[in-house]
Design a binder for this molecule. Structure first.
Ligand SMILES: O=C(CO)COP(=O)(O)O
Length: 254
């Protein structure tokens, strides 16, 4: 089944409002005519979401994503942002369970699961991030680890709900290190994730996009995304430059 490729830029903790707006303006120009063939989103920091939404325009070819969310709708949760608040600034997507959140901020499969449910309830499409550390890969635990994260993050979801999300496989050892998984390593894990999605959601699994992330660059993007179960990319560092990111997006078109 043909799945439209989905490329998302995760800007992490980078860029002021002015820099964010300038980058999406450049991206819009660089991606004229391309974005229809590939789904494209950018995830700026919270402070830039509204100005970037305004610069992108509603229903434009580049969509807006947030990098995290809190699972409650509102309340005494200092520093947090809720799913309805993200919907209010036209966020269509939101990352959940990024490895930096898991490693540095105590994110667990249980909180990922609550966040996924909160996002779906607010009409926002989750991008659920999973991936093993180097120690886990070297111990032969990659598929077990990723399987646990997928099962935990998606626990209790219906097939219809699973059909609305994206999974991002990001091996922790490949993030920001310049080390990319080989196409064979990526395909192996992506196929295993798809098999697990099939167990959880039946035929819906064939329409779920599984992105690869971890040192994706213009030089390796097309080859990674040529794999049968690699349906796009979640791009960190290279998404901060319009030229690199637009080359990666173009690499998604066969
Ligand atoms: O964490 C990532 C995207 O979410 C990947 O980051 P890099 O592309 O900088 O390795």
């Amino acid at each position: 089944m043909a799945r439209k490729k989905f490329v998302c830029g995760n800007w992490k903790m980078h860029k002021t409002v002015a820099e964010s707006v300038a980058l999406v303006k450049e991206l819009k120009a660089a991606l004229v005519g391309v974005a229809g063939e590939v789904q494209v989103a950018v995830a700026p920091p919270f402070t830039a979401l509204k100005p970037v939404a305004d610069a992108l325009g509603h229903g434009g070819p580049i969509e807006l994503a947030a990098q995290d969310v809190h699972f409650e709708k509102q309340g005494a949760f200092t520093g947090e942002v809720s799913a309805p608040m993200l919907a209010d600034v036209c966020c269509g997507h939101c990352l959940v369970g990024h490895s930096e959140r898991r490693q540095l901020f105590g994110e667990t499969d249980e909180s990922v699961n609550k966040k996924v449910k909160a996002l779906l309830a607010a009409g926002i499409l989750p991008i659920v991030c999973v991936g093993e550390t180097l120690a886990q890969r070297e111990a032969g635990e990659t598929l077990a680890m990723v399987g646990r994260q997928v099962r935990g993050g998606l626990a209790g979801l219906s097939a219809e709900q699973i059909g609305r999300l994206t999974v991002a496989y990001e091996p922790v050892w490949a993030i920001g290190t310049g080390k990319t998984a080989t196409t064979a390593q990526a395909q192996e894990v992506h196929a295993a994730i798809r098999g697990l999605l099939r167990e959880l959601a039946g035929g819906v699994a064939d329409s779920v996009r599984i992105q690869y992330g971890g040192s994706v660059k213009p030089e390796n993007a097309a080859e990674l995304m040529s794999q049968p179960d690699v349906d796009g990319a979640l791009v960190g560092g290279a998404s901060l430059k319009a030229d690199d990111f637009s080359k990666i997006v173009k690499g998604a078109i066969r």
